[in-house]
Design a protein around this ligand. Structure first.
Ligand SMILES: [Zn+2]
Ligand SMILES: [Zn+2]
Length: 265
């Protein structure tokens, strides 16, 4: 009934509790999850999860915040994306939130890394899982410049854990991307984001936990896990005058359309 489109089940906070988490998911009606990769070093573990459980899938990518890790080439990503149950490239994108004294010019390595992921997505035909923080202008510019045109299919995907404005949402939708909302939507301070969630068409939105982070109300501050994703759906249902089941169905359909519809393995 519900799908968590973005979680980090290999992170130590969750990895040790997997059997209990899977039981909680079943009880909460969360029947599927996408396990997100953040380094090449981590990929084998993430992929093993997706291979071990027929309701888990995974991505391959290197998060923009990760430094001092293997730098992926296009071929590294394309080769892993061809493995069974790998349905997305990411998470990738740009994050200028913690510059730590560096200028935007110093962050060229992040833009180079993002460009590699965009190319890999187009070559493999798999959607991108985009992380963007304090960098939406450059993120959109790069997708416009590198994500379309030429002989390869245009890049598609999702802007995950969306916290940007309605204008950024409009631009992402215009590029063919989906928008994914996390537990942040339930935070008291997120009034503006709730307006964005009213605006995004139901057939273009996903829900996620981004667990172990960002637990939704009423679990805010605790360790998050995929069984909490219905709280995000409930918030969207409330905002739009829908039944929570309708939001669950729509976002599950969207997940299939974007990620698993063509995945036969
Ligand atoms: Zn992220
Ligand atoms: Zn993430």
């Amino acid at each position: 009934m519900f799908v968590d489109s973005h979680c980090h089940l290999t992170f130590p906070e969750l990895a040790q509790d997997l059997p209990a988490i899977r039981q909680a998911m079943a009880q909460a009606g969360v029947d599927r999850a996408l396990c997100i990769c953040t380094t090449l070093e981590e990929f084998a573990k993430v992929h093993a999860l997706a291979m071990a459980h027929d309701n888990f899938w995974c991505s391959v990518g290197v998060h923009p915040d990760n430094e001092g890790v293997s730098e992926p080439g296009v071929d590294d990503l394309v080769a892993r994306a061809a493995l069974p149950r790998v349905v997305a490239i990411g998470e990738t994108g740009l994050d200028y939130y913690r510059l730590e004294g560096r200028s935007l010019a110093d962050m060229q390595w992040q833009r180079d890394r993002f460009a590699v992921h965009i190319q890999a997505a187009r070559q493999s035909g798999k959607p991108l899982v985009i992380h963007t923080r304090s960098a939406s202008g450059d993120t959109l510019d790069m997708l416009r410049a590198l994500g379309q045109g030429g002989a390869l299919p245009a890049a598609t995907g999702v802007f995950h854990c969306f916290t940007e404005t309605r204008e950024v949402a409009r631009a992402a939708l215009d590029l063919g991307f989906f928008i994914s909302f996390s537990g942040i939507l339930t935070f008291k301070s997120a009034a503006e984001l709730r307006e964005v969630a009213r605006f995004v068409p139901l057939d273009r939105m996903l829900i996620e936990t981004d667990s172990p982070y960002l637990a939704p109300v009423p679990y805010r501050g605790k360790t998050n896990n995929p069984s909490y994703v219905p709280h995000v759906a409930r918030q969207i249902a409330e905002l739009r005058g829908l039944d929570v089941a309708q939001v669950g169905e729509a976002t599950s359909r969207n997940f299939e359309q974007l990620f698993t519809g063509t995945c036969t393995a």
